[in-house]
Ligand binder design. Structure first.
Ligand code: ATP
Ligand code: MG
Length: 364
């Protein structure tokens, strides 16, 4: 809060004149010249200079050193909390898992495993702390009705048999995942406002929105993202994550980038030619369906993609890790990594979203 002039320890005679002239803040006092202050206060230059120095010292924001910023950051990371994904390599890269208080985005083509990942995270958040969970409720906004209760129980029973075979545990876990199925963007908006209250009332430890892109495209079609009225949602969801300090996981889909969008400038002509030469079944121009505003709002972006028939999970944006990719599979026990070491990514690999060999090699 701004310190008032009367509380700055100025000489009483000076403080009284400021009060009498209704000058109460540092800004009001410092916007006068030294000459004006000398006239107003009826004192000499030395007294004015010392009063100005005193006001500036108190009103000026304190300095921070790199060391103090580092200490604050470590404090935040150790006490800020993470939801471990139990995908060892990914947890290591994320310094413990999906961070609290920020947005984590899962983006990738249809059928790649975004919902599978969200279901697994929901289970993990609802587990008792003794088993490495967050012991809380989960709010799962299931925009496209793709959450499968049977699949959640299957993932739990297969990946955590020692816990799920305890009598009543499956029911208890399933009862902690609250599912909302908004039928329009307006209903989603209303749900979000309601959730802000519920998070504190019901011990909610994870919010999932699967998928944000579907919620928008259902009402607005596949119009260019700049036409999406998402501004309110972006800032609301971000502030919800910050104020509640829980992990918020949001899925995003992909769409083909139109030629015009891809090549707005003459120097991009070369990539335009390359695109038209690309073999059938390989689309090098997939982009996240929600545009650049959304991409800026998310702190962690995980891209799920397929290359030569192999699925990869790519940590494409993170404030603490270089871009890195892990091959993964989906089995009855959910998502698992084939390799915990990961491959560091360079150049355009970081931002591209591939689905090479997607239908042919993986799914048929
Ligand atoms: P969309 O954008 O359409 O919502 P998505 O990325 O959410 O797609 P998911 O529904 O998460 O995709 O993944 C579906 C894939 O998960 C299926 O194609 C299948 O390969 C795999 N899968 C689902 N259940 C099982 C299972 N029991 N065993 C093995 N793989 C499974
Ligand atoms: Mg899905």
């Amino acid at each position: 809060m701004e310190t008032k002039l009367k509380d700055m320890g100025l000489p009483k005679s000076i403080a009284n004149v400021f009060a009498a002239r209704n000058i109460t803040t540092a800004k009001e006092a410092l916007s006068l010249t030294e000459f004006e202050l000398m006239q107003l206060l009826d004192v000499g230059l030395a007294d004015v200079a010392s009063a100005v120095a005193r006001i500036s010292e108190i009103a000026c924001p304190p300095y921070q050193t790199v060391l103090s910023l580092l200490e604050q950051r470590i404090q935040k990371e150790t006490h800020g909390g993470h939801l471990p994904t139990r995908l060892k390599g990914l947890d290591k890269a994320l310094c413990g898992g999906i961070p609290f208080g920020v947005l984590t985005e899962l983006v990738g083509p249809a059928g790649i495993g975004k919902t599978q990942f969200c279901m697994k995270l929901s289970l993990l958040a609802s587990l008792p702390e003794a088993y490495g969970g967050l012991n809380g409720r989960v709010i799962y906004i299931d925009v496209e009705s793709k959450l499968s209760s049977r699949r959640i129980i299957e993932i739990g029973a297969e990946s955590l048999p020692e816990i799920f075979h305890i009598k009543g545990m499956a029911q208890e876990m399933a009862g902690r995942i609250l599912v909302l199925r908004p039928s329009s963007l307006l209903e989603l908006t209303e749900s979000l406002q309601q959730i802000k209250v519920s998070i504190f009332q019901h011990q909610v430890k994870l919010l999932v929105i699967d998928s944000m892109a579907a919620a928008v495209s259902r009402d607005y079609g596949h119009a260019a993202p700049r036409q999406h009225p998402l501004g309110w949602h972006i800032s609301f969801i971000k502030s919800l994550a910050e104020s509640s300090r829980i992990p918020v996981v949001v899925t995003n889909q992909v769409r083909s980038q139109s030629r015009d969008e891809a090549c707005q400038y003459a120097f991009q002509e070369q990539s335009k030619r390359k695109a038209s030469e690309a073999p059938a079944g390989y689309d090098s121009h997939l982009v996240a369906a929600l545009g650049i505003h959304w991409a800026h709002a998310v702190t962690i972006r995980l891209v799920l993609e397929a290359k030569s028939g192999q699925r990869f999970i790519k940590l494409a944006k993170s404030p603490i890790s270089p871009p890195i990719a892990f091959p993964f599979t989906i089995t009855s026990s959910g998502i698992s990594l084939l390799n915990d070491d990961g491959q560091e990514l360079k150049g355009t690999e970081i931002s591209t979203i591939q689905y090479q060999g997607f239908h042919k090699d993986i799914f048929l």
